[in-house]
Design a protein around this ligand. Structure first.
Ligand SMILES: *[C@@H]1O[C@H](CO)[C@@H](O)[C@H](O)[C@H]1NC(C)=O
Ligand SMILES: *[C@@H]1O[C@H](CO)[C@@H](O)[C@H](O)[C@H]1NC(C)=O
Ligand SMILES: *[C@@H]1O[C@H](CO)[C@@H](O)[C@H](O)[C@H]1NC(C)=O
Ligand SMILES: *[C@@H]1O[C@H](CO)[C@@H](O)[C@H](O)[C@H]1NC(C)=O
Ligand SMILES: *[C@@H]1O[C@H](CO)[C@@H](O)[C@H](O)[C@H]1NC(C)=O
Ligand SMILES: *[C@@H]1O[C@H](CO)[C@@H](O)[C@H](O)[C@H]1NC(C)=O
Ligand SMILES: *[C@@H]1O[C@H](CO)[C@@H](O)[C@H](O)[C@H]1NC(C)=O
Ligand SMILES: *[C@@H]1O[C@H](CO)[C@@H](O)[C@H](O)[C@H]1NC(C)=O
Ligand SMILES: *[C@@H]1O[C@H](CO)[C@@H](O)[C@H](O)[C@H]1NC(C)=O
Ligand SMILES: *[C@@H]1O[C@H](CO)[C@@H](O)[C@H](O)[C@H]1NC(C)=O
Ligand SMILES: *[C@@H]1O[C@H](CO)[C@@H](O)[C@H](O)[C@H]1NC(C)=O
Length: 416
């Protein structure tokens, strides 16, 4: 069986609460169809011996990690599907998948590291290539769904610790892209459920919400690997977020503005999927996913996720919705909405946007193409038109009345 594998590169810079960790996309293909796809960040903590003591090396899966096309496979009658990412001099991370009729899971996780790599393992007393395997990984999901765990997942593999975060992966894929339906890990579901507010608490202490005003307007873009801009966006953005506040010891509803000067943009552009990732001050990661329907050539904002770990939060906040139908427009056009718009993500999060314009596909000259405006803007455009038309009508009526009056008076004079 001839296998051809595709390797994707850097996707997003994801701050996983552990500092900034690169997210990589890894794909295993057979012919033209993808069978395993994983988007993840991984960090490693490995204890090794030096001549005098033991040390712990800490490093992350670099964005230069690539799928080893020779060893990775979509699986055969006798073997399981296998994804192997290689990086640096002889390091590798391998995932083996198994499935039954309803579920698939990571059967085992293999980590291979080369102690000769003195940049990662300085003064190691050995130059061996070490391979460790763990068969209790606990990553599983329903068939035809994407496993999603944005929260960090720490796994012990031999003498090493592997921590995954921002993970979305699928094996035994029915299509070439991750299934839109997600199996969400327990850590993610528990971090979104804030403790309930008690009615008593909210009546006794009424805290003054921080006045946030209209957010500053920011301009963001994503570049291709060849340096050309492929996604453009500009807007002012405000989080309407509900979380459990440390200082107030209760759930609060807060309006928080995104500060463009403290926000970095990254992301990726694929043929039918584009992402914009905004990272603010290492503790806020906002992700927009746009999807293009290539049969209709229409696109829309299909997913929003927010990860936040603000100082006043008792737990990491996460909210995600991947079945959205916001900001619809056509390929070759941009989408514009000057009026304030509310994008509801989850019961705990909505985003208010101001003077928004985006173009996630078909950016040609680093400039927005002709815009399709939102209904609200069109309605607002109607107001001056209606007023203008009304005025014009009034003028016409007055004019006609005048002319009729003049004619009558003329007629009157002639009868005299
Ligand atoms: C892969 O796609 C190309 C172009 O779309 C097509 O020509 C080729 O036949 C396909 N190969 C397989 C194995 O499906
Ligand atoms: C892990 O999975 C790979 C691929 O299926 C397999 O070759 C290997 O034997 C497995 N290792 C263990 C310890 O189960
Ligand atoms: C391990 O690292 C050393 C030094 O970087 C390199 O020469 C060697 O080829 C590596 N081993 C493997 C198996 O890649
Ligand atoms: C699939 O495996 C899971 C866990 O091993 C088990 O709970 C489930 O019953 C299995 N389903 C079928 C249809 O065999
Ligand atoms: C490295 O050090 C450990 C602990 O001191 C020792 O057990 C091991 O044999 C050493 N390995 C080599 C290759 O010297
Ligand atoms: C998964 O999707 C494929 C293709 O859409 C379908 O043939 C298959 O029956 C689905 N399996 C399950 C368990 O839903
Ligand atoms: C950059 O790459 C994109 C596709 O990745 C391609 O459409 C575009 O023409 C390239 N631009 C230049 C200047 O090479
Ligand atoms: C914030 O969200 C709450 C609950 O969804 C809503 O009642 C409130 O009107 C929103 N505030 C703004 C300014 O959008
Ligand atoms: C927070 O509130 C709960 C009940 O409302 C109370 O039992 C607890 O002591 C409070 N904690 C702090 C730190 O004030
Ligand atoms: C594209 O749009 C058509 C018509 O609305 C729909 O039938 C089709 O499922 C869509 N394709 C995708 C991939 O969403
Ligand atoms: C996602 O958004 C849609 C449309 O706004 C809504 O119907 C759905 O309940 C949301 N899903 C979640 C998990 O909040």
């Amino acid at each position: 069986m001839k296998l051809s594998h595709a390797v994707a590169a850097l996707l997003v810079a994801c701050c996983a609460g552990l500092g900034c960790v690169q997210a990589v996309t890894l794909e295993v293909k057979e012919g033209n169809s993808t069978c395993i796809k994983a988007e993840l960040s991984a960090s490693f903590s490995i204890t090794y011996d030096t001549f005098s003591s033991t040390r712990t090396a800490q490093f992350t899966l670099p964005d230069s990690a690539t799928v080893d096309t020779r060893s990775s496979s979509c699986g055969t009658e006798e073997s399981f599907p296998w994804l192997e990412a290689v990086f640096g001099p002889g390091h590798a991370l391998g995932l083996s998948f198994s499935s039954n009729a309803s579920l698939y899971s990571v059967a085992n996780l293999t980590l291979q590291y080369n102690l000769s790599d003195s940049t990662i393992f300085p003064e190691a007393n050995s130059s061996d290539v070490v391979t460790v395997v763990s068969a209790s990984v606990g990553i599983w999901a329903a068939i035809n769904t994407t496993y999603r765990c944005v929260s960090p997942v720490a796994l012990r593999v031999g003498g090493a610790n592997v921590t995954f975060s921002g993970m979305r992966l699928e094996a035994f894929m029915p299509g070439n892209d991750l299934s839109p339906t997600e199996s969400v890990c327990l850590a993610d579901t528990s971090s979104t459920t804030a403790p309930p507010t008690t009615a008593a608490a909210s009546t006794t202490t009424a805290p003054a919400p921080t006045p946030s005003g209209t957010p500053e307007h920011g301009m963001y873009s994503v570049k291709n690997s060849n340096g050309t801009e492929c996604l453009l966006a500009q807007f002012g953005l405000q989080f309407n977020i509900s979380y459990f506040s440390k200082s107030q010891n209760k759930t609060v509803q807060d309006l928080v503005n995104l500060t463009p000067t403290q926000t970095n943009a990254s992301g990726s552009c694929e043929a039918s999927r584009a992402t914009l990732v905004l990272t603010e001050k290492q503790d806020t990661t906002l992700n927009f996913t746009f999807t293009l329907n290539s049969t209709t050539n229409k696109y829309h904002l299909s997913g929003i996720s927010l990860l936040a770990n603000w100082p006043d939060m008792t737990a990491r906040f996460s909210a995600i919705n991947t079945s959205l139908e916001y900001l619809p427009s056509s390929l070759g056009r941009s989408y514009m909405c000057n009026a304030e718009q509310t994008l509801i993500v989850a019961p705990t999060l909505s985003l208010n946007t101001f003077r928004l314009q985006v173009q996630p596909f078909g950016v040609i000259t680093d400039q927005f193409a002709t815009a399709e405006e939102c209904q609200m803007d069109q309605d607002q455009m109607l107001i001056p038109i209606i007023v203008g038309a009304a005025l014009a009508g009034l003028v016409l009526i007055v004019l006609i009345a005048y002319l009729i009056g003049r004619k009558r008076s003329h007629a009157g004079y002639q009868t005299i």
